[in-house]
Ligand binder design. Structure first.
Ligand code: GDP
Length: 190
């Protein structure tokens, strides 16, 4: 079991001094093969879905991966998967909903994943970014930039296209996630 890894309480992150500092817990969710591990790896590596604290320009981040439409199989045993699905929802400060622009199926699963996320999250409106990864694979593209954008408008979330292979827009993605978390923390909920 990896329970020790989440021993920190999911206490309210706001500190009375008004500091909106890290660590920022960012969950990467999406179908298998869309590039979650590759994206997370750019910021320090992520073995077997385990949380890993990373130095990000000026702040620390923890990156988590959730596979198979968020609640699926992270391990064949199921145990880690169950533990992870619960802890992802409870502790995620921001969620990156990742699909591959070369895999329409991964795109079509996004609305359902977001619905589950919003239903299960303890926060009323958790920061979510829709991420179209593998933008470098132009010739096998199945989902256009415009489709990604309009889905994001429909789902009321941000949108960005990235290439983990070329490190294109990856810094912008993680900085965008941190920015959204900071905005939420400054703004009282309700
Ligand atoms: P995960 O299952 O979501 O964690 O997906 P992975 O990170 O394991 O990526 C699946 C495959 O896609 C691997 O072979 C990666 O090297 C490849 N991959 C991931 N991101 C990109 C990308 O942006 N461009 C290209 N060309 N390949 C990518």
């Amino acid at each position: 079991r990896r329970e020790a890894a989440v021993e920190e309480p999911d206490s309210p992150p706001e500190s009375p001094g008004g500091s909106a500092g890290g660590p920022y817990r960012v969950v990467l969710a999406g179908e298998s093969g869309v590039g979650k591990t590759a994206l997370a790896g750019i910021f320090g590596g992520l073995p077997d879905g385990a949380p890993r604290e990373d130095e990000h320009p000026g702040e620390s981040m923890q990156l988590w991966c959730a596979d198979g439409g968020f609640w699926g199989h992270l391990s064949p045993q199921g145990e880690v998967g169950d533990w992870l699905q619960e802890s992802c929802l409870q502790t995620g400060d921001a969620f990156l909903l990742i699909f591959s622009v070369t895999d329409r199926r991964s795109f079509s699963r996004i609305p359902q994943t977001l619905l589950r996320l919003r239903e299960g999250s303890p926060h009323p409106d958790p920061p979510v970014i829709l991420v179209g990864n593998k933008s470098d694979l132009a010739r096998s593209r199945e989902v256009s930039l415009e489709e990604g954008r309009s889905l994001a408008v429909m789902l009321s979330c941000k949108h960005i296209e990235t290439s983990a292979a070329l490190h294109h827009n990856t810094r912008e993605l993680f900085e965008g996630a941190v920015r959204q978390i900071r905005l939420r923390r400054r703004r009282p909920a309700g």
